[in-house]
Design a protein around this ligand. Structure first.
Ligand code: SAM
Length: 265
């Protein structure tokens, strides 16, 4: 893959968002609960030939491919990063599959155009107001009875102190070089319910994105080997990966992967 094909271009490595550092090293699954939680999410969303699907922030397109294999009537991705958008585009065929480069806060798509809207590892990084706008946009795009899914990071336990929350966000943001504002499960639920949707399923799983066993599960043996070799070869990138792993590890007892599925009333 050439430099212009890689997301995160134009930013020096020390300040590049962590997900693009990982993508450049060959990682394709960039979400906290890994491929297993993605499968749980897709199983709950039940996409199929009758569905018009909108995916927010597909990144390198790993989930896009899984969704496309269910042959939805249409698939529209909305991705902010142009190079990532080009990667996703490679998996798309025909007039009913497209990737728009834009923001999930204001997609420009028609109201009630979708029966399924989902996004993974994209809300956690947003501010409170951006989270609200993105969930409002998902609700606007959905038809009545449509399904909404998210796969994000949550904070545990529910009574975690405000001081701990602030410390975790600051530490993670520093390591990831991107916003890191996870919510408690009750807060994720409230955000969705405030936009006329009823939560029908929630799951949690360890946030183990950079643990070797999880990397093998997510990327397969060959993908994990390629990633491991790239990490070994590239010292500056390795330092970024290790800093992210340490930051996640420091707060492991307060961080979990979280998925939620809701139905629009
Ligand atoms: C951590 S990556 C996750 C990528 C992919 N969903 C995955 O789970 O592997 C975050 C993604 O969110 C995208 N993103 C962030 N904010 C966005 C927004 N407001 N609208 C569209 N995409 C956004 C980034 O460009 C990036 O592709």
């Amino acid at each position: 893959m050439s430099e212009s094909d890689l997301p995160g271009g134009g930013v020096d490595l020390a300040h590049m968002p962590g997900h693009w550092v990982l993508a450049r090293l060959g990682k394709r699954v960039l979400r906290p609960g890994g491929i297993k939680m993605t499968r749980q999410l897709l199983e709950a969303l039940q996409t199929g030939p009758a569905d018009d699907v909108v995916e927010f922030a597909p990144g390198m397109g790993a989930t896009a491919r899984m969704t496309l294999s269910t042959q939805p009537a249409s698939y529209t991705a909305v991705e902010r990063d142009e190079a990532a958008g080009r990667q996703v585009q490679r998996y798309l065929h025909g007039a009913n599959q497209r990737c728009i480069v834009g923001t999930a806060e204001a997609t420009g798509l028609e109201s009630a155009c979708a029966s399924v809207v989902y996004g993974e590892a994209m809300l956690t990084m947003q501010t409170k107001e951006q989270k609200r706008r993105i969930v409002a946009e998902a609700a606007r795009l959905l038809k009545s009875g449509g399904r909404y899914g998210m796969h994000e990071i949550c904070l545990v336990p529910d009574d975690i102190s405000a001081e701990d929350v602030a410390g975790i966000s600051k530490d993670l943001a520093q390591a990831i070089q991107a916003g890191a504002r996870p919510l408690r499960p009750a807060e994720w639920r409230e955000l969705v319910e405030a936009h006329g949707m009823e939560v029908v399923q929630e799951q949690t799983r360890a946030f183990a994105l950079l643990q070797p066993v999880r990397v093998v599960q997510d990327e397969g043996v060959l993908g994990a080997l390629r990633f491991g070799l790239n990490v070994l070869r590239d010292r500056p990138a390795r330092q970024r990966v290790l800093a992210m792993r340490r930051a996640i590890g420091r707060h492991a007892r307060h961080l979990m992967a979280y998925m939620l599925v809701a139905v629009k009333r």
